[in-house]
Design a protein around this ligand. Structure first.
Ligand code: DC
Length: 234
């Protein structure tokens, strides 16, 4: 068996990380892991259990209950991609709602939550070739990843992209609410104490404002070949 490979994709929200990650995983026959979905799953759990709201956040109780939170990914035959499950229930659609987006950065600030999810991310990737996207993949989860990408784009373009995506899915959304949420999450994600979003020195920056989806993909595939990352080992 050849070496397993890890491609880490970090960056701000709605910069096209998951689109790129899915295309790469398909092309290379690697497993795709959306770590944002894991933080969203914990947030969904906290909301359902009334541990977080506009007025309060019962962090200690969430930490106490962390062992009860079981997150899994299972392939959806219709989309060909993995859906996220919380304690056996498919919550792929629920975690994309604005309510979850509004609280997820606060949940992602809690060191105990990060510790649990980072351990699970490392476990999922054991003995596999993976494309993993998030905020701390190249800096914390896999500092020795074979290829590290850091994606950026202006907040306006990112908010528009997320707004269009939610509309397409038939969700009730307001552009300003999405825009404010993007800016608020950037601030919390980059300024938090534990594992803030940073570009590591060895990560390659991709500005998604100036390149289209195909151009980004073609350019990244060149980097993949340069690094001798070989497909078909998932
Ligand atoms: O990629 P996303 O928008 O679904 O991520 C949701 C939130 O989860 C994001 O605002 C920050 C947090 N997150 C994180 O802190 N670390 C990760 N590896 C992935 C996501």
């Amino acid at each position: 068996m050849g070496k397993n490979h890890i491609i880490a994709i970090d960056g701000y929200s709605s910069t096209g990380k998951s689109t790129l990650a899915k295309k790469l995983a398909n092309e290379l026959n690697f497993i795709y892991i959306d770590t944002g979905a894991m933080y969203r799953a914990v947030t969904y759990y906290a909301l359902k259990n009334h541990l977080i709201s506009d007025r309060h956040f019962d962090k200690d109780e969430l930490i106490r209950l962390l062992d009860d939170i079981v997150i899994e990914f299972k392939k959806n035959p219709e989309t060909g991609h993995a859906d996220v499950y919380l304690n056996g229930k498919n919550i792929e659609k629920d975690i994309r709602q604005m309510e979850v987006s509004n609280f997820v950065s606060h949940i992602a600030e809690v060191p105990e939550v990060r510790k649990k999810l980072v351990a699970e991310q490392r476990k999922i990737a054991q003995n596999k070739s993976v494309v993993m996207d998030g905020r701390d993949i190249g800096s914390v989860v896999f500092p020795n990843a074979d290829l590290k990408l850091f994606m950026t784009a202006s907040p306006e373009i990112r908010a528009q992209r997320r707004f269009d995506e939610m509309k397409r899915k038939g969700m009730e959304v307001n552009f300003d609410e999405v825009f404010q949420n993007v800016k608020k999450r950037d601030k919390i994600d980059t300024e938090r104490e534990d594992s803030p979003l940073i570009k590591t020195d060895d990560a390659i920056e991709i500005d998604n404002d100036s390149l289209n989806e195909q151009e980004v993909f073609d350019w990244v595939m060149k980097q993949v070949r340069k690094k001798n990352i070989i497909s078909g080992q998932s």
